[in-house]
Design a protein around this ligand. Structure first.
Ligand SMILES: O=C(CO)COP(=O)(O)O
Length: 294
């Protein structure tokens, strides 16, 4: 009987994937623990962020918004799209607010003032942009953002009333030389040293070696690090923050691998780059938690 039920569920899932135009890749590992459903509780929703990075033309952004608005998002999942600053006002006005929120990809560390070229957290709030991605590895690498600077920006954004997607992650070299946990500890400790209230923070674990490479962390690799991070929060912040904080995974997440990753108990969502630029694929990812539960 149980075998039949499972087969039926797999068929439903396959149908859902097909209806979103996703090629089938065999049976997903559905055996992953579902304990996070309980742990996240009624209030905690699965979180799916789309980081559009420096991509998008007027016409591609218009098309993407149309595709997203035509899709559905389950009520147990919070979906946040982060276009460029230039496209933010258009996207925030046209994206269906019943299904999607918008985020900036960065903000400045100070308030309004003489900071040519920077965008303040206050200005984002004023434009009804309630989320900001901070500490992305591309900004750390390309703009020299240090742990301290990222932490200061997290504090500033939170103090201004924004919610923060705080990114951390190790390079391949750091992982292979056994420094991964040390690196993650330092990135988190800097933020924890500046903020007390984690209720408006989502932590995105994005291993640098998985970003834009097509080399996704395996569900077990992601789970290992997410469990470590949760323990870090229990030991260094508080058991209740550790329990309620959403720790999401980013790095080559796509419509094919999202469902398997979503079965892992400490994976509370995703931060998606390339695949978030393809409406149908991003909608599949936005439904990953639902599919993993099926
Ligand atoms: O950097 C990322 C999201 O912030 C991940 O990018 P990709 O999904 O393209 O690997």
């Amino acid at each position: 009987m149980r075998v039949q039920v499972n087969a039926f569920r797999r068929t439903l899932r396959a149908r859902a994937l097909r209806s979103h135009g996703v090629p089938q890749v065999g049976t997903a590992s559905q055996q992953g623990s579902r304990r996070h459903l309980t742990r996240m509780g009624c209030d905690g929703k699965f979180f799916v962020g789309g980081n559009w990075k420096s991509n998008g033309t007027k016409s591609s952004v218009t098309k993407l918004v149309e595709e997203l608005n035509a899709g559905s998002v389950p009520s147990n999942t919070e979906v946040v799209c982060a276009p460029t600053f230039v496209h933010l006002p258009y996207v925030s006005e046209t994206l269906d607010a019943g299904k999607f929120q918008v985020s900036a990809q960065n903000c400045w560390v100070e308030g309004y003032g003489a900071y040519t070229g920077e965008i303040t957290a206050e200005a984002l709030g004023d434009m009804s942009v309630n989320w900001v991605i901070l500490g992305h590895s591309e900004r750390r690498a390309l703009n020299g953002e240090t742990n301290e600077f990222v932490a200061d920006k997290c504090k500033k954004a939170l103090d201004t009333g924004l919610s923060v997607i705080a990114c951390i992650g190790e390079t391949l070299e750091q992982r292979e030389s056994g420094k991964m946990f040390e690196v993650l500890d330092a990135q988190l400790a800097a933020i924890a040293g500046k903020i007390d209230d984690w209720s408006s923070v989502v932590v995105a674990y994005e291993p640098v070696w998985a970003i834009g490479t097509g080399v996704v962390a395996t569900p077990d690799q992601a789970q290992e690090v997410h469990a470590y991070l949760r323990k870090w929060f229990a030991d260094n912040v508080s058991p209740s923050v550790s329990k309620s904080l959403r720790v999401i995974y980013g790095g080559s997440v796509n419509a094919e691998n999202c469902s398997d990753l979503a079965t892992k108990e400490d994976v509370d969502g995703f931060l998606v780059g390339g695949a978030s630029l393809k409406g149908p694929d991003f909608l599949v990812i936005a439904n990953a938690f639902e599919m993993a539960r099926a």
